[in-house]
Design a protein around this ligand. Structure first.
Ligand code: CO
Length: 134
């Protein structure tokens, strides 16, 4: 069911500093910052040969990553995202396996304009997992 690693998302308190780290320190190709108001984040995409890193910074008053950064003021890994072929099949399979799907269980359109769902971190070794329809 699970496909390739789509991205690893890292919440950062200083987006410009984190972007410079990846660009200048690691020599990575980085995008311009993009505001995604419907997701409450500003994101920089770091393009790697085999996957992406997404640097997430809170946008607006009710950002879903604000509480995470309060607990992790230096930033930290926020979630991993895996491709799936069919998100509804994947969701139903996960639910049947006793895994908790966050929210109302209906896919939302994610940062790449594709349907995504999030899975409860307690069901995946303390890691928030996103699945995205490839
Ligand atoms: Co993501």
């Amino acid at each position: 069911m699970i496909g390739r690693l789509n991205h690893v998302a890292i919440a950062v308190p200083d987006l410009a500093a984190a972007t410079a780290n990846y660009r200048d320190g690691l020599g990575a190709k980085v995008s311009a910052p993009q505001d995604l108001p419907e997701h409450g984040v500003t994101v920089v995409f770091v393009e790697l040969p085999n996957t992406k890193i997404e640097l997430l910074h809170p946008l607006g008053a009710n950002s879903p990553i604000a509480a995470f950064l309060e607990k992790n003021p230096a930033g930290g890994m926020h979630h991993v995202c895996f491709d799936v072929d069919d998100i509804i099949k994947a969701r139903d399979h996960l639910k049947a396996a006793g895994k908790r799907v966050l929210g109302d269980g209906e896919p939302k359109i994610g940062a790449h304009n594709k349907p995504v769902l999030f899975l409860h971190p307690k069901d995946f070794s303390g890691t928030l997992v996103e699945i995205e329809q490839a």
